[in-house]
Design a protein around this ligand. Structure first.
Ligand SMILES: *[C@@H]1O[C@H](CO)[C@@H](O)[C@H](O)[C@H]1NC(C)=O
Ligand SMILES: *[C@@H]1O[C@H](CO)[C@@H](O)[C@H](O)[C@H]1NC(C)=O
Ligand SMILES: *[C@@H]1O[C@H](CO)[C@@H](O)[C@H](O)[C@H]1NC(C)=O
Length: 359
């Protein structure tokens, strides 16, 4: 049946042809669909034009994205470049954008082995010295943003590929203790924020890293330390991605140990050159994430893509031969995955007895 847009609006329904990701995600029962972004000077493409109005219009559209994350600006390298010297200029750009455009802010990341200020790795630490540096960092950074971060990625990528602890400077000096210290400190400094463990390669149920993430979170719980969620980064591949059932099973494993999960850095890389078949696989992959999150919405709170515009993606820089991992091509036309997700959200909403209707 075809209904006019005004009739649909009167019925409180979302006509799919004009529906957008965040509004559909909310209709489907999630808290948000969001996109990470960066300060203009940090976006991968240089030089960044002074005004990129098409990019900003999509980013700021509240129906498209209801949440954002600074891809870089809150990382140790930028917020504490020298011991005890804090600089929130980069982080504030995205935090202020979130505030101005009424978006939920996921904050990222307090303790991570990468993009770490060089002094942290070059100092000859005593245990006590490193404990103090971690506590000071979290106290200053989470304290500065207190009340503004819905989530904090307290700890990022602390596991190796085999699921054991990564041999970072933090682990080498303090062992597992640094993990407890990070979460304990964050809980004291910003008691309102949901505290997350965030990692990549933890989306499949049979992965040893998934088992490692469950173990890490359980270790915190058993020690009586607050940890609220697991963030599955979900940097996925178009031609070899987890099934919806796999994602749902993985979420089920996290549900045993935490109250919530989120897809925190979703992108789906394609081996270039891009063709229709690969874009179709990519669309299927994005849809599986949507389906898994909506079907576990008692646990899965939302989905964040790691920027939305291909030229600003980290993928081609880090994985040569791969690209086109986001939802908007360079010319600002949309990938098939965009409509794929819109349609799938519509089906899922209808299956829940909701109001999204094909127009
Ligand atoms: C703080 O960071 C900004 C942005 O990276 C930079 O321009 C500024 O010089 C820094 N401030 C200090 C005092 O280093
Ligand atoms: C934006 O900041 C103001 C002032 O701190 C605050 O009252 C308001 O709740 C914030 N809005 C959002 C969406 O974070
Ligand atoms: C559908 O629309 C009606 C009328 O606006 C509203 O009362 C109801 O809550 C909506 N249902 C859902 C699932 O959004």
């Amino acid at each position: 049946m075809r209904l006019s847009t005004s009739l649909l609006a009167a019925a409180g329904a979302v006509p799919l042809a004009t529906a957008q990701l965040h509004e559909l995600a909310v209709k489907a029962g999630l808290q948000y669909f969001g996109a990470a972004t960066d300060t203009p000077g940090f976006r991968e493409r240089e030089p960044y034009p002074e005004s990129y109005s098409q990019y900003d219009a999509i980013l700021e559209d509240p129906k498209e994205f209801g949440q954002t994350t600074p891809t870089n600006g809150q990382k140790w390298l930028f917020v504490e470049p020298e011991p005890g010297v804090f600089n929130f200029t980069e982080g504030d750009y995205v935090a202020n954008l979130a505030n101005r455009t009424n978006k939920i802010l996921r904050c990222h990341a307090l303790v991570w082995h990468s993009q770490l200020a060089p002094w942290v790795e070059t100092t000859e630490w005593t245990k006590e010295g490193l404990r103090e540096a971690i506590v000071r960092h979290i106290t200053e950074v989470a304290g500065y943003y207190r009340g503004r971060c819905a989530h904090w990625d307290v700890l990022n990528e602390a596991l190796d590929e085999d699921g054991t602890y990564r041999k970072s400077v933090f682990y080498n000096v303090l062992g597992e203790e640094y993990i407890r210290l990070a979460f304990e400190t964050a809980a004291k400094v910003d008691p309102e924020a949901k505290l997350y463990y965030n990692d990549y390669g933890i989306e499949r149920p049979a992965s040893v890293k998934t088992a490692g993430a469950v173990r890490l979170v359980k270790m915190l719980k058993d020690a009586g330390i607050k940890v609220d969620g697991v963030g599955m980064q979900a940097h996925l591949h178009a031609d070899n991605h987890p099934s919806e059932a796999d994602l749902i099973n993985t979420i089920g494993m996290y549900k045993e140990v935490v109250k919530e999960v989120a897809f925190t850095e979703l992108d789906v890389r394609i081996k270039v050159p891009v063709d229709e078949q690969k874009l179709q696989w990519q669309s299927e992959c994005y849809q599986k994430v949507v389906g898994a999150c909506v079907k576990t919405k008692d646990v899965c709170v939302g989905i964040t893509i790691w920027d939305f515009y291909d030229p600003f993606s980290w993928v081609p820089h880090v994985f040569p031969g791969n690209g086109a991992s986001l939802l908007w091509f360079e010319d600002f036309s949309k990938h098939p995955a965009y409509d794929g997700m819109v349609n799938y959200f519509g089906e899922l909403i209808e299956a829940q007895g909701g109001n999204a209707t094909c127009s």
